[in-house]
Design a protein around this ligand. Structure first.
Ligand code: AHG
Ligand code: MN
Ligand code: MN
Length: 333
């Protein structure tokens, strides 16, 4: 078993590759500490009075759960005083959160989905926190929403923390994907996997099948072919999984391969998809690519998309490379 803590990993990465300056290391450690606090709240559940609805709505028009709000507050409180950030943006806040004047202003921007998989909180199924780190544009004195609107290729760190049977932090700084498991006795994240790789082929897909009648033809074709199994054009049987927490579905794919899709559908034709580009699709797409997988919106690479709005939505197809390429081909041919 490795004895490498998150801190040691970050220090050693900086020593060998020079891509984790002090402020970025502090940022990642502070996010990890916030995730530890969220993990404790999640674990307490009913004992900590953290389950159920908060009775409020967010900018996406979704009902907020108590834990959505708690996780958002924990992340903001943990991050605003350290001097490593200029601003933050979250699924649960309509506008950006500029670091208050009483604290020094750093050079990074942090975006997060504080609690992903909200529908799973009350049923004791895995949920998580997703985050993405950008650099503040140079020569820019004020912080505004426009500063956040950078393509996913500009991320300098991205990851998620999954609160499941284990609490695991998954991170990339652009040099592969590493996983850290929370050791509750020691209270620290310990490196448990490095150089995570996703197999290029898979027999497992993840999609909410109840939306089938609303899908576009290319998605329908791909899933129909999977369902046809050995006797069909793919010549093999497929398995299906859908946790309804993107963190959990992505974590499974990073662990054993697979394809995840939350495509555009006809329910709300004007929306590009359900998932949000900046704090769900971008960080997850970068992790997936860093592990040898692929991520597209059916036509283009997600990381190349130029965001126009903070809470912009996007169609998401990600996971094992050959499968993602196949679905993307079905959309373009
Ligand atoms: P969030 O809880 O942050 O709003 O995100 C939920 C997302 C994602 O985690 C998951 O893949 C998807 O919504 C599940 O959607 P359905 O309930 O439509 O299956
Ligand atoms: Mn989410
Ligand atoms: Mn959320």
């Amino acid at each position: 078993m490795s004895n490498t803590s998150l801190t040691r990993y970050l220090v050693e990465q900086q020593r060998t590759h020079g891509h984790i300056p002090g402020q970025l290391r502090l940022l990642i450690e502070v996010v990890a500490r916030a995730c530890k606090r969220i993990s404790h709240a999640v674990n307490k559940g009913a004992l900590g009075d953290v389950l159920g609805s908060a009775g409020t709505g967010n900018v996406q028009g979704e009902i907020q759960k108590k834990l959505d709000i708690i996780a958002n507050e924990v992340l903001i409180e943990a991050n605003e005083w350290g001097g490593h950030l200029a601003g933050m943006a979250s699924e649960e806040m309509e506008g950006i959160h500029v670091v208050p004047n009483r604290y020094p202003r750093g050079e990074y921007l942090l975006l997060f989905d504080p609690l992903d998989g909200s529908s799973n909180i009350d049923v004791n199924v895995s949920i998580g926190t997703i985050f993405s780190v950008l650099r503040m544009p140079e020569d820019d004195r004020g912080v505004d929403e426009g500063d956040f609107l950078q393509a996913g290729t500009k991320q300098v760190a991205a990851g998620y923390c999954i609160y499941g049977p284990q609490t695991t932090l998954v991170l990339t700084v652009g040099d592969g994907v590493a996983m850290f498991t929370l050791d509750r006795e020691q209270g620290s994240f310990v490196l448990t996997q490095e150089d995570v790789r996703i197999p290029e082929d898979t027999k497992e897909f993840a999609i909410n099948m109840s939306n089938m009648r609303h899908w576009d033809a290319p998605v329908k074709r791909y899933i129909d072919e999977c369902l046809a199994g050995k006797e069909g054009p793919r010549g093999k049987d497929f398995n299906m999984r859908w946790v309804a927490s993107m963190v959990a579905d992505v974590h499974r794919i990073l662990t054993r391969g697979g394809i995840f899709m939350y495509p555009w559908d006809k329910r709300e034709p004007d929306k590009p998809g359900k998932l949000r580009l900046m704090y769900e699709a971008n960080p997850m797409s970068w992790l997936i690519e860093q592990a040898g997988g692929a991520a597209t919106n059916g036509r283009e690479r997600i990381l190349d998309l130029q965001p126009k709005k903070l809470h912009e939505r996007v169609s998401v197809i990600l996971g094992s490379k050959n499968e993602v390429e196949r679905v993307t081909r079905y959309h373009t041919e």
